[in-house]
Design a protein around this ligand. Structure first.
Ligand code: GCU
Length: 698
């Protein structure tokens, strides 16, 4: 075990060597000048004390000179540490009437210039500090208050797709923000600079409520398999930093590790030797890593090994690992992204959208209590528009986590501005039982089920979008996606526009009108991205492999199961029961009916569910083909407007940020024009239908 306090470098600074993101020191101007009493010697409280010192230190930026520190007193400690002596009469009385939540919630009480930050568990203190910095001017309540808050979701996880070595997809698979903050050159990064960066990251993500981070890619290659053995002590140094911020460490593991690492001749989950091997390894991992939270597994998916090799089910596979993890209060996140990636494009009977539900719904009830099925938000793969995965409504007796992609693989790769908070909020608010399908069941309810019913663990997972770039996310404004993810994972009911306002206010110091304009530009950016890329829910149309830029037929004749079936008459995938793949029947009755009928299917998903003629009239009034033309032209104009808005804002932000976003908008505009012209030309050439407005189509 490596205690947090024993890092090589005890430099006290607030955000070393990187842009401040949403926790600039100025947010803490008042907090930093308060006298502080820290109760407790656990790593989380110790790290919190370090934060407060850093905020007050020379590089952290002291509070304004006119601030009067006398009488301002902050007391920080978990409930069991609090005594009337240290609290004084007023805070003791206030505490007596406050209902401090168990678990990871927190309470902030202010009485006469004294503030108490408390929680049942140390992690709650971190979340409380985030709340103070976010919501109180200078990080300090202006008057007396009692604020109590707790997360609605238990597991709030960031999955890194980081590799230990550079590969065909870079060090970070689908990473658009530089290299890995955890790994380099086949090793875990344990130098002081790297650990300071991990500490900054831990500060950032714990301030928004994240409580677990998976360090390595779901695709576990030979090098990363050894995180479980030869690199374990180095992983422990990273885990210690995360743990001190209330963030647990997860590792992605290779299902065939009993063979590759253990020297067994099988990875059959029902073989006793395999179970014993996992139990032994897991014991070592759990007792070495501070705050170990469990494993992430991608099995029988995209050529990864899995239980099917041995004629076993996903439940057999997940339960084998769950048993090894159970003694350590750890869970296995078992991914449901399972489909046939060797499909023959001529085969019209196979529908990739069906795959996750077909594989997993029938296994409901067979999983161990500490197994969590990790389900992508849509049935395909993080497209700009997909319906909500019906599997999310089909696992009432199983732990479930909904998986979002923060890294913008199919949504502009952090070159385009595409704020996804709106998309995730829409998914989380989606009622799987609407239209007469039964009692309301929102995706947020599924993600928060354990809290409601005391049942299996549930959560929200996001594929992380950070790397070694100084601004963390490549595109400076893509930080807001990470921010929105953490806040929505904490409370899926939060308004995404409000979260944008929070992020803008914390990150920049803009005049109110410009802050409003920036929020507006970011708020509509998902819709704008959609309006110049693949239309009406059809998906893909991207360049194969790297997935950036348009290629309408790029995936049409490939084995990946991602087709749009355009011909001279029409386009779209028939997923109806009546004449198509039958996918609509995977939904509860209400949505099954709505999606099945071309007249009630929402416009934005029309081509996901139906193959229609180009002349089909949308509920919005235009024909499919005219809608495609109109929205592609409008999309490019909207990007032009957004870029112009940024020019008004640029003078009010740091020069590096101004330039970073300016350059990204230039690329977005170039790319959006390419999308517009290729998609429009494709539809025109296929259909022969000219644009009613007579605009230039090539
Ligand atoms: C997408 C992505 C892959 C990733 C996969 C997954 O297909 O392109 O890079 O491995 O999702 O989620 O497992």
């Amino acid at each position: 075990m490596v205690p947090y306090g024993q890092q090589d470098d005890q430099e006290v600074a607030w955000f070393t060597g990187s842009d401040p993101c949403w926790l600039p020191a100025r947010r803490a101007a008042r907090l930093a000048t308060a006298r502080t009493t820290l109760l407790g010697d656990d790593p989380v409280t110790a790290a919190l004390g370090e934060d407060l010192r850093a905020l007050a230190g020379p590089t952290g930026g002291p509070g304004p000179a006119e601030d009067d520190t006398t009488g301002r007193h902050l007391v920080v400690g978990t409930l069991e540490r609090l005594t009337p002596e240290v609290l004084g009469t007023e805070l003791t009385a206030a505490l007596g009437s406050a209902d401090v939540p168990a678990g990871e919630g927190f309470a902030v009480l202010a009485r006469g210039g004294r503030v108490l930050l408390t929680a049942a568990r140390p992690a709650g203190l971190r979340h409380g500090l985030g709340w103070l910095l976010r919501s109180q001017p200078g990080g300090w309540p202006a008057g007396d208050l009692v604020h109590v808050e707790e997360p609605r979701v238990d597991l709030r996880v960031l999955d890194h797709w980081d590799n230990m070595t550079d590969g065909p997809m870079g060090v970070v698979e689908r990473g658009y923000a530089g290299d890995s903050i955890f790994f380099a050159d086949g090793r875990v990064r344990t130098d002081a600079a790297a650990l300071a960066r991990v500490r900054d990251y831990a500060r950032l993500v714990s301030s928004i409520g994240v409580n677990a981070v998976c360090l390595n890619n779901v695709n576990v290659h030979a090098a990363e398999a050894h995180l479980l053995d030869e690199h374990l002590d180095d992983v422990a140094r990273v885990a210690a930093v995360l743990d001190a911020h209330g963030v647990r460490t997860l590792l992605s593991v290779d299902f065939s590790a009993p063979i590759s690492l253990g020297g067994l001749d099988t990875a059959d989950p029902l073989d006793e030797r395999v179970a014993a091997w996992w139990a032994g390894v897991t014991k070592r991992v759990a007792t070495t890593l501070p705050g170990f939270g469990g494993y992430v597994v991608k099995a029988d998916s995209e050529n990864r090994p899995g239980p099917h090799t041995y004629g076993r089910t996903h439940a057999d596979g997940a339960n084998c690992l769950a048993a090894a993890l159970a003694p350590f209060d750890a869970v296995v996140f078992w991914r449901c992204f399972v489909y046939d990636c060797h499909q023959d494009w001529r085969d019209r009977s196979t529908d990739r959208a069906r795959a996750a539900h077909d594989h997993f719904a029938r296994l409901d009830g067979q999983f161990a209590p500490n197994a969590v099925l990790q389900v992508k938000n849509g049935p395909m793969d993080f497209q700009v528009r997909e319906p909500v995965s019906p599997l999310l409504g089909a696992l009432p007796r199983t732990g479930v986590a909904v998986e979002f992609q923060i890294t913008q693989e199919y949504t502009g790769q952090q070159k385009h501005l595409c704020h996804l908070g709106q998309q995730w909020s829409e998914v989380l608010r989606f009622d799987l039982h609407a239209h007469g399908g039964g009692e309301p069941l929102r995706v947020a309810d599924v993600a928060a089920r354990s809290r409601r019913a005391g049942g299996a663990p549930t959560g929200v997972v996001g594929v992380a979008n950070v790397g070694t770039d100084a601004n963390w996310t490549g595109h400076a404004l893509a930080q807001a996606n990470l921010y929105a993810f953490g806040r929505l994972a904490w409370d899926p009911g939060l308004d995404p526009d409000l979260l944008l306002r929070e992020w803008v206010e914390q990150t920049f110091e803009l005049p109110a009108d410009l802050a409003g304009e920036l929020v507006e530009v970011m708020s509509r950016s998902w819709a704008v991205y959609e309006s110049y890329t693949a239309p009406l829910g059809v998906g893909w149309m991207v360049r194969p492999g790297h997935h950036y830029g348009p290629d309408v037929d790029g995936y049409e004749y490939t084995p990946w199961g991602t087709y749009h079936f355009a011909d001279r008459d029409g386009i779209g995938v028939d997923r109806t029961v009546a004449t198509g793949t039958g996918y609509t029947a995977q939904y509860p009755a209400g949505w099954a009916r709505v999606y099945e009928d071309v007249r009630t299917c929402p416009d934005e998903l029309l081509l996901f569910f139906h193959h229609v003629p180009y002349s089909h009239v949308l509920a919005g009034g235009s024909t499919v083909v005219q809608h495609v033309y109109d929205t592609r032209f409008a999309g490019v104009e909207a990007v032009e407007e957004s870029a112009a808005t940024w020019e008004r804002i640029a003078g009010h932000v740091p020069a590096a940020t101004a330039e970073n976003v300016r350059q990204r908008f230039a690329e977005q505009l170039r790319s959006a024009r390419e999308w517009r012209d290729q998609v429009n030309t494709y539809f025109f050439r296929k259909s022969g239908v000219p644009d009613a407005a007579g605009r230039r189509i090539h």
